[in-house]
Design a protein around this ligand. Structure first.
Ligand code: ASP
Length: 436
């Protein structure tokens, strides 16, 4: 028998109907021993996530606006959950404590974490599993950084005492003060990954409301194919370009412990989902996924014999550093160097930046294009496979898409292409079709 860690996101624990699916999934495989839950999420479009409501209570309290009504909505949702599952659990004491702490000025982290806390108590009772709190187990240092090794030891020691447990996602506590501290939003994925590492799981299942990763954005391409298997490295490239199902920081603990992650759909448990593996696997597939973003700026700097001037790029980079701006790419030619920067990063800073580049580099001219979209074509199968770029660029040419920038990492698992914002969707469709 093995060990599976299964994390269920907000939509999978949103109400009694979803929890009944969760139970069926957990009971279908005896290896599913450690269950991590989010706070109840939206039950329908326009509904609220419990975490948002909790943050709102705190915001109202801070503005001296009574939070009673809002708090009642949260209380009612948990009570309805208990009722619909027919559980003999009384949350009154817990809810009163949370209420009291809110009145007495608790931290935003504490109040936000209570959604996961209550969700885990209810789920544990429903499954007949132990409830294991993560306060005192998932540990943060003074600066709010996760203490990975200490956390791993504490989790491993505690979970060894529980054959089956439900664990709240999203939070831990300060090693120094014991105060509750949350991860960034969506952080229950990280809790699941930490638990998977601590119990040396065979698989970390992440149950959500989609059947894994799709080859590209379904808002752009109709019914894109699912990705069955993908490596962490490929996923990182796609996630960076906007293909988000899993919290970014959830990858490392599982990856370092060699635990594969399986993204699954609570509403379609028969779908195999996507398996994320440590190693890139040889397969017939050349391209695993295509992702991208609009709204980048290209700053193209021209200077005669730029390539012969020692230290010129350092001057450029020091301007960026002084202005606290990060860049995405820096393609260069003999007399040119270009910076590709996200428009958000440049917000209000562009004019100053150009002035400083002019002062320090003394270029012949600078051109700015602020309507660039970047797309990443990612696939372990592209490595050492001639003809991939030819296929991409032929597809783009046939669809009349003008390429504004090209960048291929030397790892050869991704090709980044810059096109104008207007061509973004056409470009994605054309490349998808070429490799489908
Ligand atoms: N409930 C938290 C959020 O909404 C954490 C999570 O669900 O992963 O962000």
């Amino acid at each position: 028998m093995g060990i599976k860690v299964a994390k269920f996101g907000g939509s999978s624990v949103a109400d009694g109907i979803q929890l009944a699916k969760l139970k069926e999934i957990v009971e279908a495989d005896a290896d599913r021993k450690y269950i991590i839950v989010s706070a109840p999420g939206k039950r329908f479009d326009g509904d609220n996530k419990i975490t948002d409501l909790l943050y709102m209570c705190k915001a109202q309290k801070d503005q001296n606006i009574p939070a009673d009504q809002l708090f009642q909505v949260i209380t009612d949702r948990f009570n309805a959950l208990v009722l619909s599952l027919g559980l003999d659990v009384n949350l009154t004491g817990e809810i009163q404590t949370i209420r009291k702490n809110l009145e007495e000025g608790c931290s935003a982290d504490y109040i936000a974490s209570r959604g996961e806390y209550l969700s885990a108590i209810v789920t544990a009772a429903y499954l007949g599993y132990d409830f294991v709190d993560t306060a005192g187990l998932i540990l943060f240092d003074k600066k709010g950084r996760l203490m990975a090794e200490e956390t791993n030891e504490a989790l491993a020691a505690e979970l060894a005492k529980h054959e089956r447990a439900v664990i709240p996602g999203f939070y831990g506590s300060s090693a120094e003060t014991g105060e509750i501290k949350v991860f960034s939003r969506g952080g229950s994925d990280i809790t699941g990954s930490l638990v998977a590492r601590a119990v040396a799981a065979d698989m970390y299942e992440n149950w959500t409301d989609v059947s894994g990763f799709l080859m590209t954005d379904p808002r752009i391409v109709d019914n894109p194919k699912p990705i069955e298997r993908i490596s962490y490295i490929e996923l990182r490239e796609l996630a960076y370009m906007g293909a988000n199902v899993l919290h970014e920081d959830a990858i490392y603990p599982a990856r370092n412990a060699g635990v594969p992650i399986n993204i699954r759909n609570t509403n379609k448990p028969e779908d195999p989902g996507t398996i994320i593996t440590a190693e890139m696997e040889a397969s017939d597939r050349i391209v695993s996924g295509i992702a991208g973003h609009k709204n980048f700026t290209v700053i193209a700097i021209y200077k005669n014999t730029l390539n012969a001037e020692v230290g010129i790029i350092r001057k450029l980079l020091s301007v960026l550093e002084d202005n606290n701006i990060s860049f995405e790419h820096m393609p260069s030619g003999i007399d040119t160097v270009s910076l590709v920067i996200s428009n958000d990063e440049l917000d209000g800073k562009l004019d100053d930046l150009i002035e400083q580049i002019e002062a320090r580099m003394k270029p012949d001219s600078i051109e700015v294009h602020d309507d660039i979209a970047l797309l990443a074509v990612v696939g372990a199968g592209m490595d050492r496979k001639p003809g991939t770029s030819a296929r991409i660029f032929t597809a783009l040419a046939e669809n009349n898409v003008n390429i504004r920038m090209i960048d291929q990492g030397s790892s050869e698992i991704n090709i980044i292409i810059g096109v104008s914002n207007d061509d973004f969707e056409t470009a994605i469709r054309a490349i998808y079709k070429a490799f489908e």
